[in-house]
Design a protein around this ligand. Structure first.
Ligand SMILES: N[C@@H](CCC(=O)N[C@@H](CS)C(=O)NCC(=O)O)C(=O)O
Length: 223
């Protein structure tokens, strides 16, 4: 990696956040350790909405990475992009870097808003308060994202350039628990095979073993 301000503190959540997990997974694979501060985002109001935290991220959400020069980086995929720059987790060819962004934007627009939100409703929100039409729409849109991934992965091992990259990390975070959120992974065999490939990468860490694991039990995994 080239010289750059190093991570000093990582703000994440006391409950399992896939967005925070992306960063925790990449930091483990890059061998980066820093102070971790877990906020209670289920508190009313969330600890990410205090004036002190809004000064770090005006959008009031975790994850946030504080760098040694005082910079605060928000948005999980922007943090991945910063940390991976110059490493094996970021392709060097311009078109492949753009494809990494392509899949990370897909994740934030077509995948995470449905799959992560359904997970949050099921684990920490009140699913019964949601209208059936709303749940059905979220189900349809989340499943459509999984189908797009499956089509892409039928001819490839990883999302970009036949190599594990931050595009895979960004998409793995909420996909690997999508079945717990009520989505069907049985009909997406290429996604399931890719999930196994991602989990087999060196220095992989589990979502359920981090500081942000309280309240979330993935019974298929230890911890
Ligand atoms: N697009 C953002 C989403 C961040 C996000 O939604 N964070 C949630 C936890 S996963 C949060 O901080 N929720 C608390 C709140 O909104 O007050 C990212 O990728 O980092």
């Amino acid at each position: 990696m080239t010289e750059r301000p190093f991570p000093l503190r990582f703000y994440e959540s006391t409950v399992a956040s896939g967005n925070a997990y992306k960063v925790r997974l990449l930091m483990a694979q890059l061998g980066i350790t820093c102070e971790v501060i877990a906020l209670d985002i289920l508190a009313q109001p969330s600890q990410s909405r205090t004036a002190e935290f809004l000064a770090k991220n005006p959008n009031g959400r975790i994850p946030v990475l504080e760098l040694e020069d005082g910079t605060f980086l928000a948005e999980s995929n922007a943090i991945l992009f910063y940390l991976a720059d110059g490493s094996a987790f970021m392709p060097s060819a311009a078109v492949e870097r753009a494809q990494v962004l392509q899949w990370m934007f897909f994740e934030q627009y077509s995948h995470e808003p449905y799959i992560a939100v359904m997970k949050s409703w099921r684990f920490w929100g009140d699913l019964s308060q949601k209208r059936p039409e709303e749940i059905a729409l979220w189900q349809t849109r989340g499943q459509a994202a999984l189908n797009v991934m499956d089509t892409h992965l039928r001819k490839r091992s990883f999302f970009v350039g036949e190599r594990y990259s931050i595009a895979d990390i960004a998409l793995y975070a909420y996909t690997h628990t999508a079945d717990l959120a009520g989505f069907d992974l049985v009909s997406t065999p290429a996604v399931r095979a890719w999930l196994d490939r991602v989990a087999a990468q060196p220095d992989h860490v589990l979502i359920a073993n981090g500081p942000g694991s309280a309240g979330f039990q993935d019974h298929r995994q230890p911890g």
